[in-house]
Design a protein around this ligand. Structure first.
Ligand SMILES: *Cc1c(COP(=O)(O)O)cnc(C)c1O
Length: 365
């Protein structure tokens, strides 16, 4: 089968499926990253990145996976004080571990996997002790839980010192997110999730307060120095050699994203989420016994973590789906046997999702 024939069957929650046209864009010949070609390329890319983040600020383009920019967040955004890490799954836990690995004093505020953090309780904690930064994962890909980023941003903004550092890796590009309006200090995503590109690039927006913190940061290293990344970025340059082929893919993909429009893109993700919930209801009416892992009312439009009938057997299910020619995600970490995950994000459609849900229904029999 050609790529085009199998397209629409790869529902991992990262990396996600990449459109054949976007994949093909990567085969263009190299250009020098100090010549005029790169300037034109980055100029073409800029409007799409700004639309995805809903920002007028510069969007940082990093040749790294998203975890690189999580490290950038703490290296540039913490000034010797404490970090409050909101932990509700594997990736928000990683954020706290990155802060610890950078030598920072980290308070881990853990809630059960699948739950989210209460903005009111966050306000209490920030009133009780002083923090340099708060870390969180907006959309926790291991559980499918969605934090209320707008409400949390409101709370953190009341505190002069604390900066809000947001991992939005399965948020931006799929879940409605308004960077300038909500005002997180640093919000990052990776290329291979809701943006539907191959892995290897990461994007972020830093607030003015974050840039000020970075200017004074002592041990921020070189590769992820935000001041340098932004100074060069606004001239359509980068401190080090960028992944040029991935930038070609990004140029092709932002054109597709702008053609769809962000509102339509967010709505398509909500529609896919809704269809997934409906399917679970239909299956349960037929006596199957599926569940949605994340707390009701706090579910990500990009990924659903589904609990297995009887709480076990997801690796076998994932395998049966794979032998039918389709790909879904297994459960993450401690949820590996009890859940599976559908990455209904990126460029997928409800029609493609319907095809997948039929296959999973069969595989559950
Ligand atoms: C995938 C993911 C990451 C890690 O991204 P990498 O590109 O693998 O570094 C971090 N946070 C969330 C929420 C993710 O889904």
């Amino acid at each position: 089968m050609t790529d085009t024939e199998t397209y629409g069957r790869f529902f991992l929650p990262g990396p996600t499926e990449v459109h054949p046209d976007v994949l093909a864009a990567q085969t263009r010949p190299m250009i020098g990253h100090r010549g005029p070609g790169i300037v034109e390329l980055m100029q073409n890319i800029e409007p799409g990145l700004k639309a995805m983040f809903q920002t007028e600020r510069p969007v940082i383009v990093s040749t790294s996976s998203a975890s690189g920019l999580m490290e950038a967040a703490v290296r540039n955004g913490v000034a010797g004080g404490k970090v409050l890490s909101l932990v509700n799954g594997a990736f928000s836990s990683r954020f706290s571990k990155i802060a610890m690995a950078c030598g920072h004093d980290v308070e881990r505020w853990e809630v059960e996997w699948g739950q989210v953090h209460s903005p009111d309780e966050l306000a209490d904690r920030l009133a009780r002790s002083e923090f340099d930064a708060v870390t969180l994962s907006q959309s926790e890909t291991s559980t499918g839980a969605l934090q209320d980023l707008e409400a949390i941003s409101d709370v953190v903004r009341q505190h002069e010192r604390a900066l809000l550092l947001v991992d939005s890796v399965t948020g931006v590009g799929g879940a409605e997110t308004h960077t300038d309006e909500w005002g997180p200090d640093f919000i990052l995503t990776g290329s291979q999730k809701a943006v539907a590109l191959p892995p290897g690039l990461a994007f972020a927006v830093a607030s003015e307060a974050m840039m000020e913190r970075s200017r004074n940061a002592e041990a921020k290293g070189w590769y992820f120095d935000l001041v340098d990344l932004v100074d060069q970025g606004i001239k359509y340059q980068s401190p080090a050699t960028p992944a040029v082929s991935l930038l070609y893919a990004l140029e092709a993909q932002v054109e597709r994203i702008l053609a769809e429009g962000m509102k339509a893109r967010w709505q398509r993700h909500l529609d896919m989420q809704q269809r997934t919930f409906e399917w679970i209801d239909e299956m349960n009416d037929a006596g199957v016994g599926l569940g949605v892992f994340a707390a009701e009312g706090h579910r990500s439009p990009t990924v659903t973590c589904v609990t297995m009938p009887g709480g076990t057997g997801s690796p076998e299910l994932v395998e049966r789906v794979e032998s039918a020619g389709w790909v879904i995600g297994g459960g993450y970490g401690k949820l590996s046997d009890s859940t599976f995950r559908i990455g209904h994000m990126g460029d997928h459609t409800v029609e493609e999702l319907d095809g997948l849900l039929d296959v999973i229904s069969e595989a559950l029999k």
